[in-house]
Ligand binder design. Structure first.
Ligand SMILES: [Zn+2]
Length: 246
């Protein structure tokens, strides 16, 4: 009885110790298992890492290179590869988009920020010149700003002609641009003629290619008589030289 009495608490203690021991041994087992298990997630991580590396690698290795051929324009190349032409210029550190040389190798950017909806399918076009004169400033980066047009110097009063048929979308004064004419063309392109001394058309008027729309001036921000000529395609300016008959 005496033993039994002693045994009861002993059995209780033993049970408690056994439970503690089990917990301890289990936690020890976990403690031991964990380090052994750790390499698994580590390996998973490594796989994931190496996969993320291989995901980016093909992009770089698959980079398309294009060698510029005679007659190419940056816009045409960009369109051919369905990439944004500005992204193409940026990817190749081209400040002057008109200045691509035959034989030059261009890297076609993999990213396609190209908006396919707004890309449309503009037919290639070659315009006649709006005025005969000397080019004084090209399209593209100029000092710390971007020059969105082509500057053609000509004597005051020289006729400025519509480069293609269209409808006058704007005829009047604009800050910086001075006396300005904007033409909407049938294919969605727009052309802009700035710094005129005199405007000879009005808004809404239909004009034929070659129609005299204004006269050379130096209105707005201008240092001498010249035409500032811009071409818009899907709301963006393009290098006019790439659209003018050479
Ligand atoms: Zn200009």
């Amino acid at each position: 009885m005496h033993r039994n009495r002693r045994l009861v608490p002993r059995a209780g203690t033993a049970l408690l110790l056994a439970l503690v021991g089990l917990f301890w041994s289990e936690s020890t087992v976990w403690g031991k298992l964990l380090p052994e298990n750790f390499p698994v997630p580590v390996i998973v991580n490594q796989v994931a890492r190496s996969q993320s590396v291989t995901f980016t690698n093909p992009k770089k290795e698959d980079q398309v290179l294009y060698r510029v051929k005679a007659g190419d324009t940056l816009w045409q190349i960009a369109k051919r590869y369905r990439v944004d032409w500005l992204a193409l210029a940026k990817a190749n550190n081209l400040l002057d988009c008109n200045n691509i040389k035959i034989g030059q190798v261009l890297r076609i950017p993999a990213e396609t920020s190209f908006d396919l909806d707004s890309a449309g399918d503009l037919p290639p076009i070659l315009y006649s010149w709006p005025v005969v004169g000397r080019i004084t400033s090209h399209y593209g980066g100029r000092h710390d700003e971007f020059h969105h047009g082509l500057d053609i110097a000509a004597p005051l009063g020289t006729p400025i002609r519509a480069v293609a048929k269209g409808q006058i979308a704007y005829a009047g004064w604009r800050p910086i641009y001075g006396q300005t004419v904007i033409i909407n063309h049938d294919d969605g392109r727009k052309t802009l003629y700035a710094h005129a001394s005199r405007i000879l058309v009005r808004k809404g008027q239909a004009v034929a290619a070659g129609k005299v729309i204004a006269e050379i001036g130096s209105t707005g921000r201008s240092t001498g008589p010249h035409l500032h000529f811009e071409i818009y395609e899907q709301g963006r300016t393009v290098d006019p030289l790439s659209r003018l008959i050479q």
